[in-house]
Design a protein around this ligand. Structure first.
Ligand code: PLP
Length: 399
């Protein structure tokens, strides 16, 4: 299970450099006036005009702000897209994609999409007469069967949460396009360092910047990237009209994060791989969900579609709900918390935390067992991480 080095995959050198270089430089050049290396935090709501309508590219900070532009250009470059848009949260970016639709339209989405996405679709947009079908997006026939004449959007996540299923972006985009629908991919778990959905045919990439792109658990943000000028213009219209835009300080924090994305992801991937292998060999473990393991059902596809297998690992302990609760409550290096993607390792019990709102029978049927733990493997020393997990399992689980 050798994740490939993204730099090896590059057969031609992009004009602005490889992703490690773009992460640091794209969208950011030293300030023309002062030479400041980092784009300033432009804390301004409005901009002087030389004559009515004669502005210097900016009029009002909901519509545009130079710190935000630096971030938007940086993210677009990382995703290999032409246009980036930043938002106040990942949910605000997803909301903006849904703004493209009209009453009567239908959306097909994965049945294990992020909980907040499910809630936004069902509890906010259904009241505006949009309808949604949730299907297993690893089953292409099921996706095809769910499409209706009024289907305008296919919403895909890969890897999914918390079972890390891998969806085929190229095949799903092709199905969407056959039916004149858009394919949007939430790329939060993989990040552009490991997976660039536009290269596989997706129309829009969505991010929660709160996770790996920010990377330090200190900022909430979202983004959309596309290659299509018309689509970008529409997204920009809703970005400005709805107004869920990030302030310049949040943009600065995310830009600080994206510079180290490649080095952080290398460590996240290496640590996650080691933890997944050690868990796999542990007597108290029923099953490990990690796309880097040879027996993961999406392993081959992940090896093709991704440049590494990511920092998220889910493990099913051969343990009761109570024992599992005890494990997640007693680690010392892993912190018990929802969210993911920061440098610090986090863990959580889906059955009692992120997925607690699903009724127990339905939850177990969906593969979210009582013994399931989701790990966001951080960048600490892997031996400390393993010692912590091993001790917590030994203390809490009878095996
Ligand atoms: C966290 C997350 C979101 C929502 O992002 P926020 O920044 O919390 O609004 C959407 N999709 C995925 C996959 C996420 O992990």
């Amino acid at each position: 299970m050798e994740p490939t080095d993204p730099s090896d995959e590059t057969d031609e050198e992009p004009a602005d450099g490889r992703i490690e270089t773009q992460a640091i430089h794209a969208g950011q050049s030293p300030d023309a006036e002062t030479g400041a290396i980092m784009p300033p935090i432009y804390a301004t709501s409005t901009y002087e005009q030389d004559a009515p309508g004669e502005d210097r590219g900016y009029e009002y900070s909901r519509t545009g702000n130079p710190t935000r532009t630096a971030l938007e250009d940086n993210l677009a470059a990382l995703e290999g897209g032409d246009y980036g848009r930043a938002f106040a949260s990942g949910m605000a970016s997803i909301n903006t994609v849904l703004n493209l639709l009209s009453a009567g339209d239908h959306v097909v989405a994965g049945d294990d999409v992020y909980g907040g996405t499910h809630r936004l679709f069902r509890e906010v947009f259904e009241q505006y007469d949009l309808s949604f079908s949730f299907v297993d997006t690893t089953d292409l026939d099921a996706v095809e069967a769910a499409i209706r004449p009024e289907t305008e959007l296919l919403w895909v996540e890969t890897p999914t949460n918390p079972l890390l299923r891998i969806n085929d972006i190229e095949a799903l985009s092709a199905i969407a396009h056959d039916h004149d629908a858009l394919c949007a991919v939430d790329n939060t778990f993989a990040t552009p360092y490991l997976q660039r959905p536009l290269e596989h045919g997706a129309d829009i990439v969505s991010h929660s910047l709160t996770k790996y792109l920010g990377g330090h658990s200190d900022v909430v943000g979202g983004a959309l990237v596309t290659d299509d000028a018309d689509l970008d213009e529409q997204l920009g219209f809703y970005q400005n009209s709805v107004g869920a835009t990030p302030d310049p300080f949040a943009c600065f924090l995310v830009l600080r994060g994206t510079k180290t994305l490649p080095v952080r992801m290398d460590r996240h991937c290496a640590n996650a791989e080691t933890i997944a292998e050690k868990l796999d060999a542990h007597p108290a473990v029923d099953r490990v969900h990690y796309p880097g393991l040879d027996d993961h059902p999406g392993h081959e596809l992940a090896a093709e579609q991704m440049d590494g297998f990511g920092g998220m690992v889910s493990v099913e302990l051969d343990a009761t709900l109570e024992e599992t609760r005890e494990v997640v409550s007693s680690t010392e290096v892993f912190t018990l918390a929802e969210s993911l993607g920061g440098v610090e390792s986090l863990l959580e019990q889906p059955a009692t935390m992120t997925h607690a709102s699903i009724p127990p029978e339905e939850r177990r049927a969906a593969g979210l067992t009582d013994g399931l733990i989701r790990l966001s493997v951080g960048t600490e020393h892997v031996d400390d991480l393993w010692a912590d997990l091993e001790a917590a399992i030994e203390d809490a689980v009878e095996y």
